[in-house]
Design a protein around this ligand. Structure first.
Ligand code: ZN
Length: 431
C-alpha cells in the first residue's frame, strides 16, 4: 500500500493486527467504491487509518496504476531518483552525526504543538520539515552540494530556514501585517525551530494555527519567486493567510484593514446552460469533510443542490477534487447537458483543464472528472474567487451538522436562500 507523507510509504501498524488482509482492494467496498471506514479504523493505528482514509477514491473504480512516490505528479524521472539516492546518503550521514537538534525534550514538545494544530496535514508536515531543517532552503541545498549559492533571492542574505521564514525582509513584512503582535527577537536566527522555540517560551503566540499557515504561505511565496519569478505583496500574503486560517479552523479572524470587499461576483451561466458551483470543507477536529454543490440556471434559480458529509479525513485539495466529481454527477443525474463548472480550488481546475493530472493523491479522481465531463454536450471548468463561490461554500459547511447526503431538486435550501438572492441582485446591479 502506498501512503503519501510518510518517509518510507508504509503503514506503521504491525502486520499481526490485520490478519486475513492481503490486498488493498479488501479495504474498499465494491458496491459503493468507498473505503470500508469501520474495517480500516479497526485494523490500523489511528494515524495510519487517517492517512489511508485521506486518499480519495474514485467511485468509478479505475484500474490500478504505478506511481513513483518521489515526484509530485507520480511520474518517474532519473532526476528524482538521483535526488532520492542523494537524500538516503545524507540521512545516513546526519544520523551518524546525531542531527542538528539534540534536545529531545524540546523536539517532543514542539512535535506536540504541531500535532495539536487545527489545520491541514500539509501545513503540519511543512512545519515539521522546517523544524527539522530539511526545507530546501538555499543554505540547505548548498550544504548538500546541490547548489553553490546559499543567498536569499529576495535580499541576498544567507538563506537558512530562520532567514527564509522569519528574518528576510519579505517574511518580516508579512509577520508585521498578520496582526499577531509577535515579540521582537534578536536577529539573525539561523534555524526556524529556534524562532518557534523562543516564541513558545515567551508565550508570544496567541494563535498557532494562524502562525503556522502564515509561515507556510511565506514559504510558498518564496518558492513561487524562486521558480517563477513572481512575488506577492506581503499585505496580500497576510490577508490570504487570515482568510485561509478562517476557512480551515472555522474561527473568525479580522481581515487586514482595507480588505472590505466581500461582495459577491457570481455570474449566471450563458443562455441554455447551467452553472455548477462546487466546494469542499475540511472539519479537521471531526476528522471528516463536507461537499457542497449548487446548480443554477441562467436566471439564477436553483436546479439542484447538495450538501454531503464524508466520514473521511481528506485534505483540502482532495476534498475539492471529490466535490467537483460529485457536482458533475449531480448535474448528469438531473439531465443537464450543458454545464459551466466553477471551483475556488485552482489546483483542481488546473489539473482538470491541463494535460497534467495534478498531484498524485487526486489523480484517480481527476481522471474520473475528465471522463465524466466527456458525457456533456458542452462543459467548461473555471477558477473563481471564494467570495463568488459562497453558496457552494455554505452548503459544504452545512454538512458538518448532518450525517448523510442531502439533495434538493428545483428547491432552494433555506441556508443559502439569502446568498442566492444576493448573487442575483449583485449581478443585476453590475450589469
Ligand atoms: Zn532574504
Amino acid at each position: 500500500m502506498y501512503i503519501q507523507f510518510i518517509t518510507n510509504f508504509k503503514v506503521i501498524t504491525p502486520q499481526g493486527l490485520n490478519l486475513g488482509l492481503v490486498k488493498v482492494a479488501q479495504l474498499i467496498d465494491e458496491v459503493t467504491g468507498m473505503w470500508k471506514v469501520d474495517l480500516i479504523r479497526k485494523t490500523f493505528f489511528p494515524h495510519d487509518a487517517d492517512l489511508i482514509l485521506g486518499i480519495p477514491l474514485s467511485p468509478r473504480m479505475p484500474e490500478d496504476s504505478l506511481i513513483w512516490a518521489w515526484s509530485k505528479n507520480g511520474n518517474f524521472t532519473v532526476r528524482s531518483a538521483y535526488r532520492v539516492a542523494l537524500k538516503t546518503r545524507q540521512k545516513a550521514r546526519s544520523d551518524n552525526e546525531g542531527g542538528e537538534c539534540s534536545n529531545k525534550g524540546k523536539i517532543a514538545s514542539l512535535w506536540e504543538l504541531i500535532w495539536q494544530l487545527k489545520c491541514p496535514n500539509k501545513i503540519k508536515h511543512f512545519l515539521w520539515r522546517a523544524f527539522k531543517n530539511i526545507l530546501p532552503t538555499n543554505f540547505c541545498l548548498a550544504s548538500r552540494k546541490v547548489t553553490v549559492d546559499c543567498s536569499c533571492g529576495f535580499c541576498g542574505g544567507f538563506e537558512s530556514s530562520g532567514h527564509a521564514l522569519w528574518d528576510c525582509v519579505v517574511a518580516m513584512d508579512v509577520w508585521k501585517e498578520i496582526g499577531l503582535n509577535l515579540p521582537i527577537l534578536k536577529q539573525p536566527i539561523k534555524n526556524f525551530v529556534d524562532v518557534v522555540w523562543a516564541l513558545k517560551e515567551m508565550d508570544g503566540v496567541s494563535d498557532w494555527e494562524l502562525f503556522a499557515i502564515t509561515a507556510w504561505m511565506v514559504w510558498n511565496n518564496r518558492n513561487v519567486f524562486k521558480h517563477e519569478g513572481r512575488c506577492k505583496d506581503p499585505k496580500r500574503i497576510a490577508s490570504e493567510a487570515k482568510e485561509y486560517a478562517m476557512e480551515v479552523t472555522d474561527m473568525p479572524r479580522s481581515l487586514s484593514c482595507g480588505h472590505t470587499s466581500i461582495r459577491s461576483k457570481w455570474c449566471p451561466p450563458k443562455h441554455g446552460r447551467f452553472k455548477v458551483n462546487v466546494d469542499g470543507a475540511v472539519f479537521s477536529n471531526q476528522k471528516c469533510c463536507g461537499i457542497g454543490v449548487v446548480i443554477r440556471n441562467e436566471e439564477g434559480q436553483i436546479m439542484g443542490a447538495m450538501s454531503r458529509k464524508l466520514p473521511l479525513p481528506l485534505g483540502t485539495v482532495e476534498v475539492e477534487a471529490v466535490a467537483m466529481e460529485e457536482g458533475i454527477n449531480l448535474a448528469r443525474d438531473l439531465g443537464l447537458w450543458e454545464v459551466e463548472i466553477e471551483s475556488d480550488a485552482q489546483v483542481i481546475v488546473k489539473a482538470v483543464t491541463d494535460a497534467d493530472l495534478g498531484p498524485s493523491s487526486i489523480r484517480k479522481v481527476v481522471e474520473g472528472i475528465k471522463m465524466g465531463l466527456g458525457s456533456f454536450r458542452h462543459w467548461s471548468v473555471s477558477h473563481i474567487r471564494r467570495h463568488s463561490n459562497n453558496a457552494a461554500h455554505i452548503m459544504a459547511r452545512e454538512s458538518r451538522g448532518t450525517q448523510e447526503c442531502q439533495i434538493w431538486v428545483e428547491d432552494t435550501p433555506s441556508v443559502i436562500a439569502n446568498q442566492i438572492q444576493l448573487d442575483v441582485i449583485c449581478e443585476d446591479s453590475l450589469s
